[in-house]
Design a protein around this ligand. Structure first.
Ligand code: ADP
Ligand code: ADP
Length: 228
């Protein structure tokens, strides 16, 4: 777990366009922050800079108290959870969860992989499903497998990029509950990007509202409605 601190973060794309115009935000260890705003306001750009998939033009990004602007994604120890879960259909739940550990070739023994996957599966209540394939799981179980893949790496933080936007309303509601429950149970620092007002108002500890590359407001969900 780790704090994430953004200090006056700027993103200028090659064509001179400023997608993020000086964003400062302190996310505490274990906090769940929702980043919300209309399409094109810079949410994904900001998330991608935190993960390290996009260069930071100016400003400082600190994770667990260390400046990481120049660190490669693999050295930031963050886990991104994608929209479509990105599960491998031909692999079992066990191997889907183990995947990030297998990628780090030789770093984790088979015993260590088994230990970590089983621990994650216990946390996520997937223990009975480890030998199944994703096609034989419910939407909620698939979401948990995607989370399992994030937690076996013992990442310092989770980053969600509109993970529910492809789902129908009913499943989306279930998934919201699952994600909130898992985050509370794990206590892992989480940044969750969405353009969905309901998600913004129900999921997080704080909501950061982004508009045209600038933070307009940062408040608790309840505080958003109160006049300053
Ligand atoms: P959001 O996630 O809030 O929809 P993005 O971060 O994807 O917004 O995009 C913010 C702005 O930056 C948009 O105006 C978008 O067109 C622009 N943008 C995104 N990626 C690039 C890029 N690679 N080159 C130039 N402009 C980009
Ligand atoms: P390479 O081509 O050098 O293997 P990758 O782009 O595949 O680089 O990523 C290298 C490492 O960066 C991965 O092992 C992973 O830890 C991290 N990484 C890449 N993309 C993401 C992401 N979306 N979220 C979190 N970490 C990522």
């Amino acid at each position: 777990m780790a704090s994430i601190v953004l200090k006056d973060i700027v993103k200028e794309y090659g064509d001179g366009f400023h997608a993020v115009k000086g964003v400062s935000l302190e996310i505490a260890d274990g906090e769940f922050v929702i980043l919300v705003g209309p399409s094109g306001c810079g949410k994904s750009t900001l998330l991608r800079m935190i993960v390290g998939l996009e260069d930071i033009t100016a400003g400082d990004l600190e994770i667990a108290g260390k400046r990481v602007n120049d660190k490669a994604p693999r050295d930031r120890n963050l886990a991104m959870v994608f929209q479509n879960y990105a599960l491998y259909p031909h692999l079992t739940v066990f191997e889907n969860i183990a995947f990030p550990l297998r990628l780090a070739k030789g770093k984790f023994s088979d015993d260590e992989v088994r230990r970590r996957v089983e621990k994650a599966a216990d946390t996520l209540e997937l223990r009975e499903h480890l030998e199944r394939k994703p096609a034989n799981l419910s939407g909620g179980q698939r979401q948990r497998v995607a989370m399992g893949r994030a937690i076996v790496r013992q990442a310092d933080a989770f980053l969600f990029d509109e993970p529910l936007s492809n789902l129908d309303a009913k499943l989306r509601g279930q998934m919201r509950t699952e994600i909130a429950r898992m985050q509370r149970r794990l206590g892992t620092t989480t940044v969750y990007v969405t353009h969905d007002q309901t998600e913004a108002m129900t999921l997080g500890d704080r909501v950061a509202v982004l508009r045209r590359g600038e933070l307009q407001q940062v408040a608790s969900p309840r505080g958003l409605y109160e006049q300053p």
